[in-house]
Design a protein. Sequence first.
Length: 417
Amino acid sequence: MENLKLIKIHQKFDNKKLNNIPEFICKELKRIQLDRKIMPGMKVGITVGSRGIDNLQLIIKSIIYEIKKRKGIPFIVTSMGSHGGATAEGQKEILTNYGITEESMGVPIKASMEVVKLGRLENGLPVYFDKIAYNADGIIVVNRVKVHTAFKAEIESGLHKMLSVGLGNHEGAKLVHYLGVKGIQDYMVEFAEVILKKAPILAGFAILENAYDETYKIVGAKTEEFYQVEKELLKECKQILPQLPVKNIDILIIQEMGKNISGTGMDTNIIGGIKGFKKGEYEPPQIKKILVLDLTPETHGNALGVGMAHMITKRLYEKIDLKATNMNTITTTFLDRARIPMAFDTDKEAIEVGLKTIWNLPGTKPRIIIIKNTLKLDQMYVTEPIWEEIKSEKNITSSRDWEEINFDNLGNLLTRI
């Protein structure tokens, strides 16, 4: 690893974002005539899931304000399937990490794993729905629209997933995933359609983020508009999705992974379906080795997706909550995603092993990229072969200063984003 040098680069993406969120939500609420549905004394639940969404507090607070303005009684209902160890307490704790508390939001936060059965699909699978949400006078569904990590379709991750998986709690999430990718791709929308007919859903707010994970667009949707709104936003999402700058990488070093970053800890739309989980038209990068250095605090030890890495650090390994990881992974049915890779005492040791196992001829300069996580791709470190390939790209600039890869006395990587 002697004389291994990297340069910090910046990828420029469309940075258009939404400002004046409270004012915008007020306008959308009126546009979809939600203001006419909220009556005095009406108990209205607002869904909040486990993903880290930009401006989440402000978005939820703005909806709460509009409900209170019409003398409704708002509350937050946790909507995250089997996350948080499939316990009410665990799910509330996840929201606390996002600053979503009863004190900060000024409304009760209600969480339970209890469900009611709303019916069955034609294939016989029962449709479960959160009991607290079902007993509300109305529910406003809030979620980010994003590409899914396992399949490609008109509807992937968004309002429909929040209904069928998030508000299905552990039982519902388990059933949606019961038949693997086929089950999610083919039946998730069917589950949601039953819920839309039989549960007190008032409307939805679909969020789209730009490549910098900033609020790009918020679209209100009447219940009958859920499919079309989400379909169109997903098309737009795919157009602005950030990517790694090259298709061939020897070692991808990811500083952190976690459920707040992606449902799979690391987004397979960025790193590719390394273990064959993905299908569809997207051409993933070819990555010889993936090294992950740490878990995010927000993931609470849930390391689902760690099985897609080839190497991890002892630091990450010791933070894994096996119960939470196993519960979530079993629910998804993709057991490979929880396999524990080789764990090394230090970052330096892991990188040295990576360099020894990438099958390059002696003297070949390695193609290495260091990123913070799979959400933050506007800045990264790259080695010389990658820089030579991308330096003429108009959307890429560099710091112009080459740095030798640097570690502290304990072997922790200091060359970080």
